[in-house]
Design a protein around this ligand. Structure first.
Ligand code: NAD
Ligand code: 2YG
Ligand code: MG
Length: 259
């Protein structure tokens, strides 16, 4: 898995504010509003304990601090534990945390200790970016292109199918593409065919995965994938409405899903 770098998380508050204003422009709702309608939940003074984890590649500088900033941005009462790992978990619970946020190299979870609900960042992220794509106000078309059908993209594709969209899917891994086509009934897309989309959801760890031939003027590209799926030049040329942020939108989705 591609791990976040401290650089990805630079100025997380600014990145989140900018993402929130693009989400508002694209959907008419802010990120909180999207979460509320998606899960039917609202915060009720939950306290969040963020536990740094040293396992595997270890602490990512700015990760816990970014989660602290993100949870505060969404109006939660939150704190980062002084200790890491098991001692940090113990400290979080003893300090009154209702929800634990913690991540190793494979799993980033939110666990609500009060109601037992647990969320995983990958499906939570896929679902919210797909939901944002599905709320593109500028089009009546039910066509959506999904590029990348892995741990984030596949749950997003499932969400779009359940919402009644005509989902075109592409993944360089033919086995994954076949699985999505047979289990979801999505339409396999040839990335070289010149069909232009008004809405694209992308979830790959690669740059420049969306060729110019697929873009239409003012199209929405909702993508958690890092690095960016299109060049800055293409973004400007097509005035692409780019929803892309490294940690906050997915974390909001996780938290609202466990309330
Ligand atoms: P994954 O490896 O499970 O899935 C990625 C998929 O993309 C794979 O199936 C791969 O075959 C496919 N792929 C690679 N290159 C491609 C290309 N050129 N065209 C089409 N498909 C291609 O990874 P994942 O866990 O689903 O994560 C995807 C991305 O999302 C990563 O960059 C990850 O860091 C990022 N991510 C971001 C957030 C966030 O909050 N922004 C949260 C979670 C993950
Ligand atoms: O506590 C820490 O500082 C580290 N153990 C955090 C490790 C997180 C690793 N995961 C990732 O980098 C991401 N792929 C998942 C985070 C979702 C946002 N992109
Ligand atoms: Mg995110």
């Amino acid at each position: 898995m591609a791990l976040l770098t401290p650089d990805d998380l630079r100025d997380i508050n600014k990145q989140l504010q900018e993402a929130d204003s693009i989400v508002r422009r694209v959907t008419g709702l802010d990120i909180k509003g999207i979460c509320k309608t998606l899960y039917g939940t609202s915060p009720n003074s939950e306290k969040i304990g963020i536990v740094p984890v040293t396992a595997g590649n270890g602490i990512i500088k700015n990760f816990s601090a970014s989660l602290h900033a993100i949870t505060q941005y969404f109006g939660f009462d939150s704190f980062v534990t002084d200790m890491s790992d098991v001692s940090g978990y113990y400290e979080a619970v003893r300090s009154g945390a209702d929800i634990i946020l913690m991540a190793d190299d494979h799993t980033f979870l939110a666990h609500n200790l009060k109601n037992g609900k647990i969320a995983n960042n990958q499906p939570s992220t896929g679902i919210i970016y797909a939901e944002i794509a599905s709320r593109n106000q500028k089009t009546d078309s039910k066509d959506v292109l999904v590029v990348g059908l892995g741990k984030v993209g596949f749950p997003g594709a499932v969400h779009l199918v359940h919402k009644g969209f005509r989902v075109y899917g592409y993944d360089t891994d033919k086995t994954l593409l076949k699985r999505a086509v047979s289990s979801l009934g999505i339409i396999p897309f040839d990335i070289e065919s010149p069909k232009r989309f008004s809405t694209i959801f992308e979830a790959t760890p690669c740059a420049n995965t969306i060729p110019e031939t697929l873009l239409s003027e003012n199209c929405v590209l909702s993508t958690p994938g890092i690095p960016c799926a299109i060049s800055e030049e293409l973004r400007l040329k097509y005035n692409v409405q780019l929803v892309m942020e490294p940690l906050g939108i997915g974390t909001a989705s996780m938290l609202y899903s466990v309330l």
